[in-house]
Design a protein around this ligand. Sequence first.
Ligand SMILES: Nc1ncnc2c1ncn2[C@@H]1O[C@H](COP(=O)(O)OP(=O)(O)OP(=O)(O)O)[C@@H](O)[C@H]1O
Length: 418
Amino acid sequence: MFSHKNQILLIDDDIDILEAYQDLLEQEGYQVITCADPVNIVEQIPENWNGIILCDVLLPNISGLVLLEQFLTQDPQLPVIMITGHGDVPMAVDAVKKGATDFLEKPLTPEKLLDKVKEALFIRQRVVENRLRQLKILNEEFIGHSPWMKKLKQQLQRLADVDIPVFLWGEMGTGKHLAAKNLHQLNCHHSHLFYIKDCQSPDKIEVIKLIEQEFTGTLILSHIHCLSHNEQIQLVNSQQAEKRSFRLIILSEKPLSDLIQQKLIIPELYYLFSHTQIHMLALRDHPTDIGDIFKYYVQKSCKRLNKPEMPIKNQFISSLIKREWIGNIRELASAAELYVIGLYSTTTLLPTNSVNHKKDISLDEQVSLYEKQVIEDALNYYQGRINEAAQYLGIPRKKLYLRMRKYELDKKIYKEIV
Ligand SMILES: Nc1ncnc2c1ncn2[C@@H]1O[C@H](COP(=O)(O)OP(=O)(O)OP(=O)(O)O)[C@@H](O)[C@H]1O
């Protein structure tokens, strides 16, 4: 019943009233969904739904105001027009305070109803268009479909249109700079200036100058703990809502709680960001994205180097997933470039925990693990062609077969093309 067309959801327990509103709105060409019992209705509304809600305040099973809160929790920009009893001004005021777009008093006059509906739908359409534009940019830049990646994009979208300060933290190469750049780009005022400054370098002097000049735009800072106590106070003061002229984004490898526990930042800075922290996960914590990101960078490199598209086998992706990727997405992207120019081998990349760092296994076991990995790499690279793999490894075919039997490796798997 819900679609992405312009729609109006009517909620009222009185069927006659519902039918009367529905007739009126449908005569004007609107698509109407009626609902007399709104339990579970909130979950049915699709993400970025292009519609508005008209909701009676007095409902038998659930208060209209509670329902309003539920709608706004799901989507804070959803237009909800509340319908109140005649003369019930306090209720109407309460609804608007809680985030209702507007209210209408019963009995509704058709002109007023149609005016409000038209206005709310117009605003909603702009909101949805902007969101889809943002989503398109995010989908092009942030590769991956894991639940975390989806949530990250949602968080960035929600934060993009406001100027509240954001704290992005995570290991190296997890996408902190990319997320900060997107927060700036997705904002409708992104034509403003954009600075990335490292407080650990001479850039620090410029940071203070920028704050003093009350510049407009986005300021992205790393190593914030290198600012002195007074400079940190200056930064906090610049972020008071009534004075704020720029968007502040902090990048850190450590979480906010570590910085405050180690007394590296002042408590005021901690509270400034405590509700807008985004943890950029290490690749090992969203391994299902590894395949997509690798393929994306392989395709990109092929295009850049004018090479035909390269097939990547599932088995090969599985071997990538097993690696630790200490440098996270940056390291994975370089591996993809090496793969395209034929220099890739999972064993020639940085040492990983999976093979080199295991302390609780014996030397013989480590050697076996390593040997298995080298053979798998060769089979992957030569797509299961035994002659070529044996030649590459510098061993006779028979010896390769024996080793493959030992490690239960089947050449057929390496021929599988994705
Ligand atoms: N989800 C993603 N999909 C594709 N590429 C990504 C993704 N996230 C990050 N990247 C790319 O990975 C590389 C590293 O990202 P970025 O520089 O933003 O990481 P960082 O956390 O800021 O690293 P550092 O702390 O080391 O500076 C960049 O080239 C970025 O474009």
